[in-house]
Design a protein around this ligand. Structure first.
Ligand code: NDP
Ligand code: 2IT
Length: 448
């Protein structure tokens, strides 16, 4: 059987079953194309329909989320949870609160989560959820009432051994607190391991807040080291200014890089003296303000409208840490023309398929999201471990485990790429390494 036509047929079925869901199609296409050489070597995956099964979620839940705003007006949002694959552990993945959230976005994120979680080496399946609720401009009370309503439905579908949500865009410590409070009340049970990203005083893990950003930089450093290079003294551009961006900036600076820019959805700041990350933290984590306000603290920094123009800044290392498809072909071309040597994805699917192809063709070191941003979910799994043993590890212990996990992910993705004749192509390597573990577990479980 020709395996390329076999995966093409599966892709056609995915498109037919999920019409118009372009983000989901994009994520599936990338993985399917990577799997061709694996299927050639392992026809048993074809016989057992592993790929046909892996592209179909085990379960997808969609629900009404009604809540009352501060003016007494009834608001209705739509909630989602996709429980994509539980072959190697309970479904695990974040919750995203953003007006753009729809079935396609939740499915693409849940699908990628299967392979990312597998790459961490920890026993977690793939899931994702969220809502089209927009937290911007909402009061704490409104966010609380929304979270309570959201959990009033979600609670019956999750559990520490079933499905363990966490944060993503628009969901941080505040939201996890409200969600956990409501879960605990409804279940009358203190199941700390049902959510991760919890506060440190009620079962959270040290280093979880920093994990995705720090992990991204550990991955970049390992990728550069392979070529006898390092992030020290490199000029770095980061997009976004949320959880992932902030701790990527902090760790990159700690390792001696010069980070000159970051952004939000409205525009970007350029600070030739290096981004003052404490100001970004204050603006974003405490005051919930726009990145433009950075100029109030650093008069000689520049602000430019238009978030994706951040990629016009000349840099050695580019770290997209905001959202999907934020680097298109034209931005990729600009980065390449400006001499970028490494791109690593802190966000999920920030590069379009065409942009990714351009980076690979031009020998830019490319760390795909499933590998490069897996540090967040890895430390989430370590939070679950600590909840199970009812002990807390120190910051240094968790950070050391995180570092080792990121190095292992690099080694495994790199080895898989080499084994299948695609040396240095970490996109293919991460997809294959992530897939094989899940596929073998699915084989062991029978057709289910
Ligand atoms: P946050 O909500 O903390 O921050 C998101 C940042 O991205 C903000 O600066 C936001 O700007 C910007 N952004 C969001 N949506 C858009 C958009 N449509 N266009 C332009 N900019 C946008 O989220 P995180 O930092 O947690 O998440 C960032 C990315 O990292 C996401 O892709 C997420 O899936 C991924 N990720 C997160 C992990 C985690 O542990 N949190 C783990 C692994 C990946 P604004 O404030 O203006 O909206
Ligand atoms: O995309 C991701 O990996 C996350 N948002 C983190 C998921 C988690 O369960 O910690």
């Amino acid at each position: 059987m020709n395996m390329q036509s076999y995966v093409n047929e599966i892709f056609e079925t995915v498109k037919k079953r999920n019409p118009g869901e372009s983000e989901f199609h994009q994520a599936v296409k990338e993985v399917l194309d990577s799997l061709v050489p694996v299927l050639e070597k392992h026809p048993e995956y074809v016989t057992e329909g592993v790929v046909d099964r892996i592209v179909e979620p085990e379960r997808m839940i969609m629900f009404r989320v009604p809540w009352v705003d501060d003016n007494g007006k009834v608001q209705v949002n739509r909630g989602f949870r996709v429980q994509f694959n539980s072959a190697i552990g309970p479904y695990k993945g974040g919750l995203r609160l953003h007006p753009s959230v729809n079935g396609s976005i939740i499915k693409f994120l849940g699908f990628e989560q299967i392979f990312k979680n597998s790459l961490t080496g920890l026993p977690i399946g793939g899931g994702k959820g969220g809502s089209d609720f927009d937290p911007k401009g909402k009061s704490d009370r409104e966010v609380m009432r929304f979270c309570q309503s959201f959990m009033s439905e979600l609670y019956r579908h999750i559990g520490q051994f079933t499905d363990v949500p966490a944060g993503d865009i628009g969901v941080g410590g505040r939201e996890i607190g409200y969600l956990f409070g409501q879960y605990k009340k409804l279940k009358n049970s203190y199941d700390a391991g049902v959510l991760t990203g919890k506060g440190l005083n009620y079962g959270g893990s040290l280093t979880r807040t920093e994990a995705t950003g720090y992990g991204l930089i550990y991955f970049v450093e390992r990728m550069l080291n392979e070529k006898g290079n390092s992030i020290k003294d490199k000029t770095v551009v980061v997009s976004g200014s949320g959880n992932v961006a902030i701790y990527a900036i902090q760790k990159a600076q700690e390792l001696g890089a010069k980070v000159v820019a970051c952004s939000d959805s409205a525009g970007y700041i350029y600070d030739k003296n290096g981004i003052d990350v404490e100001i970004v933290k204050r603006l974003k984590e405490v005051e919930r303000k726009r990145i433009k306000e950075y100029l109030n603290y650093h008069k000689d920094a520049e602000y430019h409208e238009g978030s994706t123009d951040v990629w016009t800044i000349k840099c050695d290392v580019a770290l997209p840490c905001a959202t999907q498809n934020e680097i298109d072909e034209s931005s990729a071309k600009t980065l390449i023309d400006n001499g970028v040597i490494a791109v690593a994805e802190g966000a999920n699917m920030p590069s379009t398929l065409e942009a990714t192809e351009l980076f690979l063709e031009n020998n830019v070191l490319f760390g795909p999201a499933k590998a490069a941003n897996a540090g967040g979910v890895a430390v989430s799994a370590l939070e679950m471990s600590q909840n199970s043993i009812r002990l807390s590890w120190t910051f240094e212990e968790v950070d050391e485990k995180l570092k080792q996990i990121m190095i292992n992910i690099y080694e495994n993705a790199s080895a898989a790429a080499k084994e299948y004749g695609k040396e240095d192509n970490l996109v293919v390597g991460a997809n294959i390494a992530g897939f094989k573990k899940v596929a073998d577990a699915m084989m062991a479980h029978g057709v289910i």
